[in-house]
Write a protein that binds this ligand. Structure first.
Ligand code: XLS
Ligand code: NI
Ligand code: NI
Length: 438
């Protein structure tokens, strides 16, 4: 059974191709800085948006009516596996990610839920072995079901905390079984609506307890994948505890968890937090915490998580700039946590969305590589801060002076001369690199 009959394997045809089902920039075997593009970019397909979701929104039901979504919940889950692997093979993406509930339906009891998961995980394993497609990360959905109305690890209800632990334990076991290279914790409903009913201190302590238990259990079962926390500032709760990268790092350090976790940066979550995608990547990188990326983009005019396919080349360029400076993302990758619009309801739109995103990142990679090779921003920035490499600046950096010495120095040097930051000049150069890169 084929679900994408009209589509054959997507090939690289180069920038002059007019074929919408071909890559214009993404050429997996092409070397960029001596490394294969595919190995740098490590693209991944998100199971939930691409195979499980139905295209519903707050105002209307699903529009996508996927041909594999027919029959009983377990029949649908099995057909979804078929569709997923056919899609990923044709697209030429080597990784995928899932939540427990994306792959198998919940049963009446937790036991039944786990049995469903085991059955589908077995099918997935067979497909993985057959195709060589790998699991970038697994996770557990701790936000969809009504039982998580007040949160999961930060719920005021200890039974929910226990239930959540059971789900994460199982999802970790399955992730390990499938050779998952990472495990993600996105906060879901870990946050609050009002302090009138919330013990924030206890909720945060409990959240940390939960994550410590996860670390302990990973050690116990020998799961060696990287743990990732995915920051997000709003949705579903008004105040999400994992607001942004800086907040997450402070939390991890406070609770002694920073050696075990890195962050999974999602572009749309960055912009919802009032940051650029690059800012979040940069904060993670300079703290040694950049683990993986949920590649998507938001809409400047909309205040929610629209999870669109990333097509903005300026953003992908600056993202790849940070990723290259980070020495890549492995064992993380670029996971398309992105969905086609509700009106893009045909299965072929899934290809168009991914191809657009892959080409945008491939182009961004090439531009970023050239920017770095030519040290365009590097040299400018080094020069801008050169006052800290000599004289009084060096003394500051070397810890040789305090306020007293600095005051004495300032008395003698109080006619300050500054240099231009040259923002527009630099923006023009970046544009030139984008336009000139083949
Ligand atoms: C939701 C998140 C979610 C995580 C995985 O906004 O992006 O999809 O990536 O739970
Ligand atoms: Ni995400
Ligand atoms: Ni999102």
């Amino acid at each position: 059974m084929s679900y994408f009959k009209d589509v054959t394997a997507i090939k690289y045809e180069g920038k002059n191709s007019k074929n919408p089902l071909a890559f214009k920039y993404y050429n997996p075997d092409e070397l960029v800085g001596g490394q294969r593009m595919e190995d740098i970019l490590r693209f991944s397909v998100a199971y939930w948006h691409t195979f499980s979701a139905e295209g519903s929104d707050m105002f209307g039901s699903g529009t996508w009516a996927r041909p594999w979504e027919t029959g009983t919940p377990m029949e649908r889950a099995k057909k979804r596996v078929e569709a997923a692997f056919e899609f990923m093979q044709k697209l030429g993406v080597k990784y995928f990610c899932f939540h427990d509930v994306d792959i198998a339906p919940e049963g009446e009891t937790l036991k039944e839920t786990f049995a469903n998961l085991d059955e589908i995980a077995k099918l997935i394993k067979e497909k993985m072995d057959e195709t060589g497609i790998k699991l970038l990360w697994g996770t557990s959905n701790l936000f969809g079901h009504p039982r998580f109305m007040h949160g999961a690890a930060t719920s005021p209800n200890a039974d929910v905390f226990a239930y959540s632990a059971a789900k994460v334990k199982k999802a970790m076991e399955i992730t390990k079984e499938l050779g998952g290279e990472n495990y993600v914790f996105w906060g879901g409903r870990e946050g609050y609506e009002t302090l009138l009913n919330t013990d924030m201190a206890l909720e945060l302590d409990n959240f940390a307890r939960f994550l410590h238990m996860a670390v302990d259990y990973a050690k116990e079962i020998g799961f060696t994948g990287q743990f990732l926390i995915e920051p997000k500032p709003k949705e579903p709760t008004k105040h999400q505890y994992d607001f942004d990268t800086a907040t997450v790092i402070a939390f991890l350090r406070k609770y002694g968890l920073d050696d075990y976790f890195k962050v999974n940066i999602e572009a749309n979550h960055a912009t919802l937090a009032g940051h650029t995608f690059q800012h979040e990547l940069h904060v993670a990188r300079i703290n040694g915490m950049l683990g993986s990326v949920d590649a998507n983009q938001g809409d400047m005019l909309l205040g929610w998580d629209t999870d669109q396919f990333p097509t903005n080349i300026y953003d992908t360029t600056m993202a790849m700039y940070e990723i290259l400076k980070n020495g890549g993302l492995a064992p993380g990758g670029l996971n398309f946590d992105a969905k086609v619009r509700r009106g893009s309801f045909e299965p072929v739109d899934l290809f168009y969305g991914h191809i657009a995103g892959m080409d945008a990142f491939a182009k961004g990679l090439k531009v970023a590589h050239r920017l770095l090779e030519d040290r365009v921003l590097e040299d400018f920035i080094a020069d801008r801060y050169k006052s800290f490499t000599e004289g009084i600046g060096k003394d500051i950096v070397d810890g040789k002076v305090g306020f007293k010495e600095l005051a004495e120095y300032a008395m003698e040097n109080d006619q300050i001369v500054n240099q231009s930051g040259r923002q527009e000049y630099l923006e023009a150069i970046v544009n030139q690199y984008i336009l000139e890169t083949e």
